[in-house]
Design a protein around this ligand. Structure first.
Ligand SMILES: Nc1ncnc2c1ncn2[C@@H]1O[C@H](COP(=O)(O)OP(=O)(O)O[C@H]2O[C@H](CO)[C@@H](O)[C@H](O)[C@H]2O)[C@@H](O)[C@H]1O
Length: 473
């Protein structure tokens, strides 16, 4: 089967968050099953772009309303990522450092989607399946079916995978002329709440909808930033498939970003050595339990609760715990977190920004990883921390509910029900007691380390879904 994944991010090419991890790993595992995998994404101004050999396989011009943007399709020549990688280069719109956050993001991603389809229809054969990811690629299923110039793709099945339904890519009908010509009787497919809503369009038009965990699929039926009723309507073609992790990239025994590699056999010593390096770097006390957070500092991740929860936990356990926060996002949360630095010197620190290497070192060196998310479609951090013997402390929601079970129920982590300062602090208290009982602590660490979260099984579930929409089942 020839499968195309269309995405705004893919690790190691360009990463903002978990979307990149999934699109960098899932196709690799799918190609192990004998399928032909292509990943298509925009060509940003990244280190990957400048350090790799790319060959131009196609060029053309995207017509977007009254604008014309020349584009080329660049193929990575070695296929070293385990799949064919194609970068859509539209210099005027994507030759920039950041992936998102520009005023013309609508024009950028609309042009990207048009360029992808312009190129695909010029190839000798059509793909068997097109798997779109999140709202940046959500207009593709509509354009394949209804834009005259893509008629060769009108019978090709498409699937939308929702990594985060909070972001929907809405824009005004003033930009309707950006679409290549289509039969206007279908215009209602574009509309949700009086706007063009890219995610809603994909959900309506794709042959199948997947979410990145089964629990998240249940949740979006009653909480999906305005799309609840739509998700109810399409339940018949939806499935929740729990993300896996790339066990080659995330392997404490081989991870080059660690100070000391380790496995389940020498986990205590291995973790301690990484912890010591981390504590030296951040002026923390390696003899005390280390609690961390890695991620975007936003309300959806419970980031707004971290300053108060950290302050309370630090004062309740004066000099008995360490907290280290790695992340960026809301300026207000960043400032609040930094304002605690002087009060808890020696036991508390932050790194405001994005740092892949540091994230790996934290997964290895921390004792507990906090994820007080209000919304978590799947969450990868808890699976990385389990693999590195770090105990996740999670709020029971979405994929966190599907992957972490409280140690009180013979599970692999610590769970709480509310995204609240009280629940976080209570969990920290339980973790401190657990830390004092090394035998119990190591038992739980080992449960986490021996669980298989690889993409092996989930990549098959995606193939099953493709077969379903190809009517092969
Ligand atoms: N400051 C920083 N420095 C270094 N690394 C950082 C970092 N901030 C985040 N990361 C890394 O980014 C990734 C975050 O992945 P998540 O899945 O937890 O969340 P995200 O919300 O981005 O993804 C969305 O998509 C994924 C994939 O489907 C879902 O799991 C998730 O629930 C959904 O919200 C991890 O690899 C983490 O280590």
């Amino acid at each position: 089967m020839e499968i195309f994944h269309i995405s705004a991010e893919c690790y190691p090419v360009a990463k903002v968050g978990g979307l990149a991890d999934v699109v960098g790993a899932l196709p690799k595992y799918q190609s192990n099953w004998g399928h032909e995998l292509r990943v298509v994404m925009p060509c940003y101004q990244t280190k990957f772009r400048s350090e790799n050999d790319l060959e131009c396989v196609h060029w053309g011009t995207v017509k977007l309303g009254g604008f014309n943007f020349p584009f080329s399709v660049l193929k990575e020549t070695t296929d070293k990522l385990g799949f064919e990688l194609y970068l859509i280069e539209i210099p005027e719109l994507f030759d920039r450092k950041e992936v998102y956050g520009y005023e013309d993001d609508i024009e950028r991603f609309m042009s990207f989607q048009i360029a992808v389809l312009d190129w695909v229809i010029g190839r000798a054969t059509m793909p068997d399946v097109i798997n779109c990811h999140d709202h940046h690629t959500g207009l593709i299923p509509f354009m394949m079916q209804h834009c005259y110039k893509y008629h060769q793709l009108s019978n090709t099945p498409s699937m939308i995978t929702i990594h985060n339904g909070l972001y929907q890519g809405q824009f005004s009908f003033d930009k309707l002329n950006y679409f290549p010509e289509f039969d206007l009787t279908h215009v209602r497919l574009l509309e949700w709440d009086s706007q063009i809503n890219s995610l809603a369009v994909a959900v309506k038009c794709a042959s199948a909808v997947t979410t990145v965990s089964p629990s998240y699929l249940d949740e979006i039926n009653y909480s999906a930033n305005g799309l609840e009723s739509l998700f109810n309507l399409v339940r018949y073609k939806s499935r929740g498939i729990l993300n896996g992790i790339d066990t080659q990239v995330w392997d404490p025994a081989q991870d080059k970003m660690l100070e000391k590699n380790y496995s389940i056999q020498n986990l205590e010593k291995g973790k301690q050595q990484n912890k010591e390096v981390l504590c030296t770097l951040f002026n923390l006390d390696p003899t005390k339990p280390l609690f961390s957070f890695i991620g975007r500092l936003l309300d959806e991740k419970g980031g707004d609760l971290l300053p108060q929860a950290s302050a309370l936990a630090m004062s309740e356990n004066y000099k008995e715990i360490n907290i280290l926060i790695l992340g960026s996002g809301s300026r207000q949360i960043e400032n609040q977190l930094n304002s605690l630095l002087s009060d808890y010197k020696g036991n508390y620190n932050t790194f405001i920004g994005y740092n892949e290497e540091l994230a790996h070192l934290i997964y290895a060196g921390a004792d507990f990883l906090m994820m007080p998310s209000r919304v978590e479609p799947c969450g990868l951090n808890q699976m990385y921390s389990l693999r590195y013997g770090t105990i996740p402390i999670v709020r029971r929601t979405g994929g966190l509910k599907d992957t972490v079970v409280d140690f009180g129920d013979d599970g692999n982590g610590i769970c709480h029900d509310q995204s609240s300062v009280g629940d976080i602090c209570y969990s920290i208290q339980r973790a401190v007691s657990l830390y004092d009982n090394k035998e119990h602590l190591n038992k739980i660490r080992k449960i986490g380390m021996s669980t298989d979260h690889s993409w092996e099984k989930a990549s098959q579930e995606y193939i099953e879904m493709y077969n379903l929409i190809l009517n092969k089942i």
